[in-house]
Design a protein around this ligand. Structure first.
Ligand code: ADP
Ligand code: MG
Length: 557
């Protein structure tokens, strides 16, 4: 008996003890694995040429057996060798997304499960024993993997006629509170497939008992068995928008992109013309845990005429929209396209350009029609937009500037630049901003007094990247940005300025005395017109503000 790797063991524990309403998803997980396995093999037939396989022969079978209380799910996909069985089913770390972190341990089990996509191990939510028979395509040997849960697993050679994988679940015994028997009912299985796996592009078949009028009679019925295809096989993105319920989109999203929460927004678009494609994009309701780390990989799934050719096509999304999850299906792309070729693909560039516009306009409409939702979105992904402004020397300013929100001293809430400008007072030349750790701190900055006294709004920049992006923007609607720490705030008239200069002249000796006393600590001591109730403030004279200096200093070198 072999032991599971540590993480696998923990996930298994979680899985087995998971809340029962959730456990029905085991079926969708096993079906999507089967579908993935067929995809892999089918893709090979397309790229390698003649494998003797036919697309119409691919299918997934479900076989409930009430007598033995087993549920069997089989596919004729790529199958697994003995080593693959060991690697793929013996350790969860191999199965894509799982990377257990300490901080997750506090969270609810269900959330952890949702975050990672449950995968193969979900079978243990309903089974006391799981048996996997698998034969890799092109291989002579088949192997049997078997496990009763956390204890471990065994692998041994076995007989299997053709390539593919058969998974036999020995269901747990029914108890008063837990009914595993339902997963042997035709009706339940039909419904689960419809609910979670309808879009799977290979037929999911099951023998279904039906009854019909007996030939030659008017009221005598006979039963017969039909091998029924349970799924419609039409991918959701190919369906007509107004035929799809919100719930379907949400289920699809959660299932496909392994999220536990419904998306904040669904963007479904299809176009014809220079580039024909269907796109189904989602804005997640919250940032994935690794979103602001190097581990996060942006990209959309890319399909060519319904066949998955790439899982994360990065070229389809600009960095500042990297939070978008989704897929693109186009008939204009070649199946054999390689990553290198994709980069130069004209079609792909056109599609990427269109998607960018579409995403932008969806965000804008969310901003104007669903403000609260947008602010929630901005809380999650605003930082990414601000980085976007700063990136590539401001090349994306125009796309992004109207999507930004900053806290306003006047409104006491987040505002757009457009809103700020629309409220500018007569004679106000600049868009003022002040930087600091948080709103409270900035609010108390002595430098903000003079501007506030004038009745001008100030944007509070509290994220490290804020000032960098504002400086990259330079102007909005032809109005320059001005830091409240700048020497000349443009608040005074010519006369006031002269009066101030005179005052400096008169107090020269005192100022020089102070400067000497602070030698090496300050560059100069001047009289400031900015201060109202505070006696003194610090300011910088270079291109870099104190706040920017802090950010730069905190960056790893
Ligand atoms: P994921 O699907 O996210 O990779 P799973 O836990 O669902 O994680 O599956 C783990 C791995 O086991 C898969 O990546 C795949 O390589 C392999 N696998 C699972 N089911 C099958 C199957 N029916 N046929 C072939 N390989 C499979
Ligand atoms: Mg899976």
């Amino acid at each position: 008996m072999k032991q599971f790797k540590a993480e696998s063991k923990r996930l298994l524990d979680l899985m087995i003890n998971s809340i029962y309403t959730h456990r029905e998803i085991f079926l969708r997980e096993l079906i999507s694995n089967a579908s993935d396995a067929i995809d892999k093999l089918y893709y090979r037939t397309l790229s390698d040429g003649d494998t003797g396989l036919n697309r119409d022969d691919f299918c997934i079978n479900i076989l409930p057996d009430k007598e033995n209380r087993t549920l069997t799910i089989s596919d004729n996909g790529c199958g697994m060798t003995k080593e693959e069985l060991e690697n793929n089913l013996g350790t969860i770390a191999k199965s894509g997304s799982l990377n257990f972190k300490k901080e997750n341990e506090q969270k609810e089990d269900i959330e952890i499960i949702g975050q990672f996509g449950v995968g193969f191990y979900s079978a243990f939510m309903v089974s006391e024993k799981v048996t996997v028979l698998s034969k890799a395509f092109g291989s002579e040997e088949a192997s049997k993997w078997e496990s009763t849960g956390t204890a471990g697993y065994t692998i041994e050679p076995c007989e299997k006629e053709s390539h593919g994988t058969t998974i036999i679940l020995k269901l747990k015994p029914d108890t008063e509170d837990n009914h595993y028997d339902e997963f042997l009912e035709t009706y339940t299985l039909q419904n689960l497939v419809k609910k979670y796996s309808d879009y799977i592009r290979y037929p999911i078949k099951m023998d279904v008992e039906k009854s019909r009028l007996k030939g030659g009679t008017k009221d005598e019925y006979e039963t017969y068995t039909e091998n029924e295809t349970l799924n419609s096989m039409v991918p959701i993105w190919r369906k007509n928008k107004n035929e799809i319920k919100e719930e379907e989109y949400n289920e699809f999203y959660k299932n496909k992109f392994m999220d536990y929460t419904d998306p904040a927004k669904v963007i479904h678009s299809s176009t014809e013309g220079t580039a024909t494609y269907n796109a189904l994009l989602f804005i997640p309701a919250r940032a994935p845990m690794n979103f602001y780390t190097k581990d996060y990989e942006k990209g959309l799934q890319l399909y060519s005429n319904g066949v998955l050719i790439m899982d994360k096509c990065a070229d389809l999304l600009p960095d500042y929209f990297s939070f978008i999850r989704g897929l693109v299906d186009s008939q204009d792309l070649s199946l054999n396209i390689s990553r290198e070729m994709l980069q130069h693909d004209r079609q792909l560039k056109i599609i990427a350009g269109r998607l960018e516009k579409k995403i932008k306009s969806e965000l804008e409409s969310m901003l104007s029609n669903e403000r609260e939702k947008y602010e929630e979105f901005f809380k999650n992904f605003g930082l990414q937009l601000k980085y976007g402004v700063y990136q590539d020397f401001g090349a994306h300013k125009d796309v992004l500037q109207d999507l930004l929100l900053f806290y306003s001293s006047g409104e006491k809430k987040l505002v757009t630049l457009k809103e700020y400008v629309s409220r500018m007072k007569e004679g106000q030349k600049f868009i003022y901003y002040a930087c600091g750790e948080n709103v409270d701190r900035v609010d108390k900055l002595p430098q903000t007094e003079a501007v506030k006294e004038k009745g001008y709004e100030i944007l509070y920049l509290t994220d490290g990247v804020d000032e960098f992006s504002i400086r990259m923007l330079m102007k909005y609607d032809d109005k320059e940005f001005k830091s409240v720490s700048a020497d000349d705030l443009g608040l005074e008239t010519e006369e006031e300025k002269q009066a101030a200069a005179k005052q400096v002249e008169e107090n020269k000796d005192m100022l020089n005395f102070m400067k000497d006393a602070l030698k090496g600590k300050v560059k100069q001591v001047i009289l400031s017109q900015k201060l109202k109730t505070h006696p003194v403030c610090l300011s910088t004279d270079g291109a870099i503000s104190i706040e920017m200096e802090k950010v730069l200093n905190s960056m790893p070198t």
